[in-house]
Design a protein around this ligand. Structure first.
Ligand SMILES: C[S@@+](CC[C@H](N)C(=O)[O-])C[C@H]1O[C@@H](n2cnc3c(N)ncnc32)[C@H](O)[C@@H]1O
Length: 230
């Protein structure tokens, strides 16, 4: 069973940023890892477990590096449809000598890798239609092993100012070419309850705003040991 530190040191976060191939990505990574509460939140959710992790929409693999810096040495597979990001993720893992990290290119709308363990989806559902979101959540839940979790961070649709800022920033990410796509649709809390409970998971949803202006929530679906996988 892996014991994780609650958060890496500042130096460890800077070492991760130094792996990035381009200067502006280094700056982005340093600031994102130090300010975005999601990486620490995922680390807390997987503390004390020994299950491998599938990170769907992994980007350049920051979560994998963060968890390694917390002491997580179990296999982590990153999956993303942007080949440029996967190339960077592979280069960074190779440069760091992390052989337990692997990265593969694929579109989560058309299928996920065969897998059983913990599943993470951070900030990608807004690129999907409602039926694609339902299909992805169901497919991801079917890969959650008994005793493991599906951990999702998503902006939730509501009438708050936070929600409007979330949408604006996602459009800016597309305009500056950091994201391949503009947002399509944001899920709401009821959708997570409906899909994940039907998939046999016990669901909790809590705000994860940290110091950010975004309307982000952490959604955790846990598969108990006495429930069979769908
Ligand atoms: C906002 S970024 C989040 C990156 C990463 N999860 C993180 O938190 O550091 C969203 C990621 O989802 C990926 N993505 C979007 N649509 C996808 C799809 N259909 N299949 C796989 N990855 C996708 C994008 O390429 C991008 O890397």
């Amino acid at each position: 069973m892996t014991t994780l530190a609650p958060m890496p040191t500042r130096e460890a976060l800077h070492q991760i940023a130094d792996l990035c191939p381009k200067r502006w990505v280094k700056h982005y990574t340093r600031s994102k890892l130090s300010s975005d509460p999601v990486y620490g939140a995922v680390a807390k959710e997987v503390i004390g477990t020994d299950q491998p992790i599938l990170d769907i929409g992994c980007g350049i693999g920051l979560l994998a590096h963060y968890l390694h810096a917390c002491g997580h040495s179990l296999p982590i597979t990153g999956f993303d449809y942007d080949p440029r990001k996967i190339d960077s993720a592979v280069a960074m893992a190779t440069a760091a000598g992390h052989r337990h990290l692997s990265f593969t290119t694929g579109d989560a709308r058309t299928g996920l890798p065969k897998f059983s363990g913990q599943v993470v989806i951070l900030d990608i559902l807004q690129f999907f239609t409602e039926s694609e979101q339902d299909a992805l959540l169901t497919a991801a839940a079917s890969r959650v092993a008994p005793g493991a979790k599906l951990i999702v961070r998503s902006g939730l649709r509501d009438d708050s100012g936070r929600f409007r800022i979330t949408v604006l920033v996602d459009y800016l990410a597309k305009a500056c070419f950091w994201m391949k796509a503009a947002p399509t649709r944001y899920p709401d809390a009821a959708q997570f309850e409906r899909v994940l409970v039907a998939a046999g998971l016990k669901v909790s949803i809590k705000p994860m705003w940290g110091g950010t202006p975004f309307n982000n929530f952490l959604i955790v679906g846990e598969r108990h040991y006495n429930e069979t996988q769908s």
